[in-house]
Design a protein around this ligand. Structure first.
Ligand code: NAD
Length: 260
């Protein structure tokens, strides 16, 4: 059912996005890959995906802080592979610091990349999805779209914003065969959280592994990080026909973090 559809995953050069790209490619879905990587490395990634999964792929390293760059890369990607059927707004960054001293430039970057880019991408792909009467928009939010944590003002503001944006677009598209959902993961094993683990290891004089365990179990009852591929499988399920009634939801995958 999904073979030959076209998916765009922002931030698919690393972590959750890259794992999700592999899960979708295994189903024969053509992919617009994207992330901060050189053109040369991006071309190698396209080649690898086309050879391994026998699909068509395209790559862009557009900076998501620039709305014009987002429009350009989405238009070029769609011209190369066909209009976008599945949009996964996944790219994101983190900076942890108390609100009193949180740097304005970090606030602006986090809001632009983790929230505004999703709005711009959604706007760009809605006309074709509406015309086809089929579309899947999946926003990678976070448990921090549902609850707060100290030192994460910008991240929590952006992720709560994504959850709200998801609800509104789902309402607006409910009669058009387009579903819009947020996935809200707890800890996932990717480079994004490396700095937080290193900070604990340095502050408390413990090993990286001990610091990682402390970080996970401070808030998440299930004492292990998710594998990025598990998020990819969740995305695939939301793309399936079985999930066509799920829309406007913020779906936790958080090891019981928000059950407390
Ligand atoms: P990651 O650091 O492995 O990947 C981030 C991706 O975003 C990369 O491809 C990077 O190139 C891209 N990116 C960053 N800045 C960009 C910019 N200015 N322009 C274009 N692309 C840019 O991170 P990840 O952990 O895979 O995170 C993916 C998403 O999952 C993020 O939205 C993150 O908030 C969310 N998330 C992660 C976790 C976790 O524990 N890792 C938990 C919950 C939610």
């Amino acid at each position: 059912m999904l073979a030959n559809k076209v998916a765009l995953i922002t931030g698919s050069t690393s972590g959750i996005g890259l794992a999700a790209a592999r899960v979708l490619a295994e189903q024969g879905i053509n992919l617009i890959l994207h992330g901060l990587m050189s053109e040369e490395d991006g071309a190698a990634l396209v080649k690898e995906f086309e050879a391994e999964y026998k699909i068509n792929a395209y790559f862009s390293n557009a900076d998501l802080r620039d709305p014009d760059a987002i429009s350009d890369f989405m238009a070029t990607g769609a011209a190369a592979l066909g209009s976008i059927d599945i949009l996964v707004n996944n790219a994101g960054i983190q900076h942890t610091e108390g609100a009193a001293t949180f740097p304005t430039n970090k606030w602006n970057d986090i809001i632009a990349i983790n929230l505004s880019s999703a709005f711009h991408a959604i706007q760009q792909c809605l006309p074709a999805m509406t015309e086809k009467k089929w579309g899947r928009i999946i926003n990678i939010a976070s448990v921090h779209g549902l609850v707060g944590s100290k030192n994460k003002s910008a991240y929590c503001a952006a992720k709560h914003g994504i959850v709200g944006l998801t609800k509104v677009v789902a309402l607006e598209c409910a009669e058009d065969g387009i579903t819009v959902n947020s996935i809200c993961p707890g800890w996932v094993d990717t480079p994004l959280i490396g700095q937080q683990i290193t900070d604990i290891a340095e502050k408390e004089g413990v090993s990286f592994d001990e610091a990682q365990y402390k970080l996970i179990t401070a808030k998440q009852p299930l004492p292990a990080m998710a594998d990025p591929r598990q998020i990819g499988e969740f995305i695939l399920f939301l793309c399936s026909d079985a999930a066509k009634g799920i829309t406007g939801s913020a779906l936790p995958m958080d090891g019981a973090w928000t059950a407390q």
